[in-house]
Write a protein that binds this ligand. Structure first.
Ligand SMILES: NC(=O)C1=CN([C@@H]2O[C@H](COP(=O)(O)OP(=O)(O)OC[C@H]3O[C@@H](n4cnc5c(N)ncnc54)[C@H](OP(=O)(O)O)[C@@H]3O)[C@@H](O)[C@H]2O)C=CC1
Ligand SMILES: O=C(O)C1=N[C@H](C(=O)O)C[C@H](O)C1
Length: 275
């Protein structure tokens, strides 16, 4: 399968190039980054120490859209929104890892998926997607008898908070408990907060150094507590998952999917964020 990487010069973009080269079923066909980047025109192989591959980093997705079977986009929300439109017009499949999309951008994504196949997930690691299923079970068993807090930590360069993964974890728990996350989420606390309302779901964000991505969901009761934790130690976990999603998406003519679909874990609650 011919794969195109959008955001190729970024932290994830470089990992995605490596993961595409390492997978015997995928071939790097296109690499794109932001217009004006000093890396436009550089060979994509040189970005990851793989030597020259004959694929130079371009800046015009529309002109390159026909050269790949599936594109993988890990950029910023504004760029992803434009790329969705470009892929829709070109009839190209798209795997999206970008987090922090607003409601309007998600609505446009949903609309585009009526014409092309799109996989959209806040986290492509297998471990995190397993955690989503564990969270359904934990929330269903522990129910309304616990206080629920979601704590995430990431590197100092991350621009959105809470992480897309933390928000999805909140959506999974809220949906299982019949709550609306938009109404029950509490983001950080300061000052005289008053006693905790058990119906709320709290979010705490840590940013520092080179932390790849840690997530903990804490279920705290009187006398005991349960913690479900995932720690990523390499971005390769996300990149391998995204390439797996690209291969899976190649068989889908159109529609909106997420990593739960790719892994065969999708139940009634799949696609919490975008659907
Ligand atoms: N779903 C998942 O599994 C994961 C999701 N992510 C998400 O992926 C996104 C990217 O993360 P990360 O790689 O760390 O970020 P980076 O900033 O390192 O990479 C983003 C890249 O996209 C480039 N870019 C910006 N605008 C455009 C554009 N219009 N066209 C093409 N390229 C563009 C940036 O260029 P420049 O820097 O020059 O602006 C940069 O090279 C984030 O939203 C993050 O949360 C991250 C890891 C896992
Ligand atoms: O920006 C990152 O780095 C990551 N972002 C994703 C998110 O927002 O959930 C996934 C991962 O934790 C790394």
């Amino acid at each position: 399968m011919k794969v195109g990487i959008i955001g190729a010069a970024g932290r994830m973009g470089r990992m995605l190039i490596e993961a595409t080269l390492a997978n015997p079923e995928t071939e790097l066909a296109v690499a794109v980054d932001v217009p004006g980047s000093s890396l436009i025109g550089v060979d994509a192989g040189e970005l990851v120490g793989a030597g020259k591959l004959g694929v130079t980093v371009g800046d015009d997705l529309a002109a390159l859209a026909g050269q790949a079977d599936v594109f993988i986009d890990f950029t910023v929300p504004e760029a992803t929104a434009r790329n969705i439109e470009t892929c829709r017009q070109a009839g190209s499949r798209l795997v999206i890892g970008t987090t922090g999309l607003n409601d309007e951008q998600k609505a446009r994504l949903r609309a585009a998926s009526e014409e092309v196949a799109i996989c959209f997930a806040p986290n492509y690691s297998v471990g995190v997607n397993l955690c989503f299923k564990l969270l359904e079970t934990a929330a269903a068993v522990l129910g309304d008898d616990v206080d629920i807090e979601i704590i995430e930590a990431h590197h100092r360069h991350k621009i959105d908070a809470p992480s897309g993964t933390a928000l999805r974890m909140g959506e999974v728990v809220a949906q299982t408990l019949g709550r609306d996350l938009k109404e029950c989420a509490v983001y950080g606390r300061e000052g005289r907060t008053g006693e905790r309302d058990r119906q709320t779901i709290g979010f705490e964000t840590i940013r520092g150094g080179d932390i790849v991505g840690d997530h903990t969901v804490l279920f705290a009761a009187e006398g005991e507590r349960v913690e479900i934790t995932h720690k990523a130690s390499s971005r390769m976990a996300f990149a391998r998952g995204a390439v797996r999603a690209a291969l899976w998406l190649g068989a889908q003519p159109k529609g909106l999917f997420d990593m739960q679909d790719v892994l065969g874990l999708a139940g009634e609650s799949a696609g919490w964020g975008a659907r």
